[in-house]
Design a protein. Structure first.
Length: 254
């Protein structure tokens, strides 16, 4: 019998926001395939959720081509791609090394472009589909010690707008989610470094100072971002494209 369920391909699904998306799409009855460099957590999550895990690095165009082909073989095509994989490093324009600049650009920008180039033709072959990019509140505001991150996430915001114009006539919607601080392995690691700089190494105090910046008085959780990413992927968002949508606890309201 033909599989009538929708299919999503995600990057960076092993932990954090990506893992919350894997769980959300699976709960909503979608076929889910995800690619990540973290094979241990990826395989565990895939077994738990009954979804397809593909080990690979988004910096490699070949890895993406292979992973998308495997997902299409398994599920017969794609309806949505979620470009989520990303990294953060602590730096300013004055101290970022050439290697770290390349790493940020290769992972956050080129990794996203590789994902889109591999997956969008699969959406187009169905005549409809949705692209969701995990950008950042740093499409809207600057933050300290986040030079490389901010420049790459700003680029993703622009990718969304240009792609929405190019692909709208082909039935493809393209949107980005711009989250404030979310408690994930990324921020757990990063904030140890930030705490060293501003709070004498007291990570707990750093997290409390971060939460105090938010009108809601707390940082976000991964599942709160996954809800918006799923909504943008779904037909409920059928007239939404080219948008950068905040899920930031009111941080940028002031
Ligand atoms: N946590 C936040 O506060 C926050 C806020 C806004 C946006 N984001 C974005 O959300 C996305 C997910 O981050 P997270 O916070 O869940 O962190 P995370 O570290 O838990 O998740 C990132 C995932 O991407 C994977 N990954 C990293 N580089 C990869 C590569 N080259 N190839 C394949 N997989 C790779 C990691 O293994 C990990 O599973 C990132 O793009 C991040 O920039 C995070």
């Amino acid at each position: 019998m033909k599989d009538t369920r929708k299919t999503v391909f995600l990057t960076g699904g092993s932990t954090g926001i990506g893992a919350a998306c894997v769980r959300k799409f699976a709960r909503e009855g979608w076929n889910v395939a995800f690619m990540d460099v973290n094979a241990g957590d990826g395989a565990r999550l895939a077994a738990e959720q009954g979804v397809l895990f593909l080990e690979g690095d988004t910096r490699s165009r070949a890895d993406l081509d292979q992973a998308v082909a495997a997902a299409c073989r398994q599920f017969g095509g794609l309806d949505c791609v979620v470009a989520n994989a990303g990294i953060h490093r602590c730096n300013t324009v004055l101290d970022i090394s050439e290697e770290e600049l390349d790493l940020m650009i290769d992972t956050n920008i080129k990794g996203t472009v590789h994902t889109l180039r591999a997956a969008v033709p699969c959406l187009m072959s169905r005549g409809a589909g949705s692209v969701v990019i995990n950008a950042s509140d740093q499409c809207y505001v600057g933050k300290p010690n986040s030079f490389g991150y901010g420049l790459t996430k700003g680029a993703l915001g622009q990718i969304v707008k240009g792609m929405a114009i190019d692909l709208g006539p082909k039935g493809i919607r393209v949107n980005a989610v711009c989250a404030g601080t979310i408690r994930t392995p990324l921020t757990e690691t990063l904030f140890q470094r930030f705490a060293d700089i501003t709070h004498g190494g007291d990570t707990g105090a750093y997290w409390r100072s971060e939460a105090a910046l938010y009108p809601l008085g707390r940082v976000g959780e991964a599942h709160e971002v996954a809800e918006l990413m799923y909504f943008l992927a779904s037909d409920a968002a059928s007239f939404m494209t080219g948008g950068l949508y905040l899920v930031d606890g009111g941080l940028t309201a002031g």
